[in-house]
Structures are given as structure tokens and as C-alpha cells.
Ligand binder design. Structure first.
Ligand code: CP
Ligand code: NVA
Length: 303
């Protein structure tokens, strides 16, 4: 059995592969906007396992497969045997015999690692408790298209040290930029992930300090999916961590604002920032489609 190529975290692609993929995502976007038909995945099938809700991830993968001439199948644990206790490894072996790749959104990253270890087809992380690498492909495509290569620039992450924050740390490693994180005590990213980034990552409790001179300011919800019961408590802990005009004023005056969405206006970001001129969130969301098509092409058409 050939070992398939998986994409469970950003570091599964080398720096060169990541830059090539971003360039390819731009080309695929231009082709799509010109109305060119490009179907490299005719008759190929992607299975999508969603343990949690999704708008962007589901629609972008499904649309991408259809535009590429293939199909996507939506599976929720409620409707398949995974939800009734069938082993992850058994499911991986069975799906490997029927479909050409699997995208998974799970609560536990470890479940994706187990699935991937037993699968003979590529497995893509569509969000786990630890990472959201597909979102970073779109974010980096968006940054590159506005400002060119991000190497040597400063990115400011304001808020929870969560799955998105971890993926920004991986992006800082792979694409060689500085990442300043501002988060309340007790909500820092995982130390072992921070450690891998060395001096590229700095952590403080001061949003304006983290944003100072940054070319990109990013945030995410204060309570991620699965943390609904902590939402009240988190609102208090994160009250001083809103990305608002004061934070954006500390950043470079050309700074972009990004958010993976869904957003809560006037919680983690003020309405005047997310709906303001520095925000590129709608383009960032659209780029999920193009960046993931580049990923699918890379994983499913090469050996
Ligand atoms: N950003 C993101 O992954 O959105 P969904 O939860 O809607 O897929
Ligand atoms: N941190 C968020 C991202 C959603 C796309 C969550 O895990 O719910």
C-alpha cells in the first residue's frame, strides 16, 4: 500500500510547497472567474465527515469537487456508523476502498491522526481542536494577493490561543513571519506548539502592544465550538481583547484585518472594524474555495 499524502496540519507541506500552492490558488481563482472549465478530478469522490457545524468548509469543499468534475459526500456521525461506535480505523479502511479522499472536522485531532494512519487515501483536516490548516491556506492566499509575500512581516493574533492561533503559529514557522499573540492568562496556545516556533512567536496580555506596527491583525471567536458552556465566563476573561479602532490604530496604517468567521460583532471584533475598509474577511472566505481546490489538486492528482 502506497503511503498517501495527508494534510492534518500546515507543517505537512514544506515552505516551498505552501508557496507553490498559494500561487496555484491564485491561478485557479482566475480561471474560475474567467469561467474556464477545469475538471482534473472527473469521477473522483471526496467524503466529508463533520462532527461539528460548518458553512464555509462544507460549501467550499463540496463546490470545489463539483467544479473539478467530481463529487462530495456529506457524512455526519449522526447518520453513519461512526456515531454508533464503529471503530475509526475500520471506517478509514472501508472509505479507502470507495472514495478518493476524506475531509474531516472532528472534536479531537487525535481521531484524525488515527483515521489517517489507517487510511490509504489522503485525509484533510477541516478543523480539529488543535488546528485549522485549510483556513490558513485561504488567509495566506488573501494576504499574498494584497501585499505579496508575508516573509519577514508582523502578524498580530488577538484573542484565544485556540486551533486558529495554533495554525497561525505553524504558518509563522513555514512562511517565516513574526507572530505577536495577545491573550488573557490561562488562554495561551499550547506550549509545545509555541516552542516549535522559537523566537518568531511572542506572547503578551496587551492587544495594542501586540498590534503595534503589524501588517495583519487577526482574531477569532472567544468560545469555539464545543466550549458553549464556557461562553459566559470567557466573555469576561476576553472583555479587553476586542479588535477595535484603537487596536487597528496601533497597527501599520496599511494593516489588513482577517477573521475566519463566523464572527460575533462587538464581541471579539467591533462592527466598524469587520465592516470597515481594512477588513478582507469576505475575500478571505471566498478564498477557502480556491485554496482548497489547489490543495485537492495537489493531493489527488499527484502520487
Ligand atoms: N471558517 C470556517 O471554517 O467556517 P465554517 O465553520 O463555516 O466552516
Ligand atoms: N475556533 C473556531 C473556528 C471556527 C471555524 C472553532 O473551533 O469553533
Amino acid at each position: 500500500m502506497d503511503t498517501p499524502r495527508h494534510f492534518l496540519q500546515l507543517t505537512d507541506l514544506s515552505s516551498d510547497e505552501l508557496r507553490t500552492l498559494i500561487t496555484r490558488a491564485h491561478e485557479i481563482k482566475d480561471m474560475q472567474h474567467r469561467g474556464e472549465i477545469y475538471e482534473p478530478l472527473r469521477n473522483r469522490v471526496l467524503a466529508m465527515i463533520f462532527e461539528k457545524s460548518s458553512t464555509r468548509t462544507r460549501v467550499s469543499f463540496e463546490t470545489g469537487m463539483i467544479q473539478f468534475g467530481g463529487q462530495a459526500i456529506f457524512l455526519s456521525p449522526r447518520d453513519c456508523q461512526l456515531g454508533r461506535g464503529e471503530a475509526i480505523e475500520d471506517t478509514a479502511r472501508v472509505l479507502s476502498g470507495m472514495v478518493d479522499a476524506v475531509m474531516m472536522r472532528t472534536f479531537h485531532h487525535e481521531d484524525q491522526q488515527r483515521f489517517a494512519a489507517a487510511a490509504s487515501i489522503p485525509v484533510i483536516n477541516g478543523l480539529s481542536d488543535l488546528y485549522h490548516p485549510c483556513q490558513l491556506l485561504a488567509d495566506m492566499q488573501t494576504y499574498f494577493s494584497h501585499r505579496g509575500d508575508i516573509r519577514g512581516q508582523t502578524v498580530s493574533w488577538i484573542g484565544d490561543g485556540n486551533n486558529m492561533c495554533h495554525s497561525y503559529i505553524n504558518a509563522a514557522i513555514q512562511l517565516d513571519f513574526h507572530l505577536r499573540i495577545a491573550c488573557p492568562k490561562g488562554y495561551e496556545p499550547a506550549p509545545e506548539i509555541v516552542h516549535r516556533a522559537g523566537s518568531r512567536v511572542e506572547i503578551s496580555q496587551d492587544p495594542c502592544l501586540a498590534a503595534e506596527g503589524a501588517q495583519l491583525v487577526v482574531t477569532d471567536v472567544w468560545a469555539s465550538m464545543g466550549q458553549e458552556e464556557e461562553a459566559r465566563h470567557r466573555e469576561q476573561a476576553f472583555a479587553d481583547y476586542q479588535v477595535n479602532k484603537a487596536v487597528m490604530a496601533a497597527a501599520d496604517k496599511e494593516a489588513l484585518f482577517m477573521h475566519c468567521l463566523p464572527a460575533h460583532r462587538n464581541e471579539e471584533v467591533s462592527a466598524d472594524v469587520i465592516d470597515g475598509p481594512q477588513s478582507v474577511v469576505w475575500e478571505e472566505a471566498e478564498n477557502r474555495l480556491h485554496a482548497q481546490k489547489a490543495l485537492l489538486e495537489m493531493l489527488m492528482t499527484t502520487g
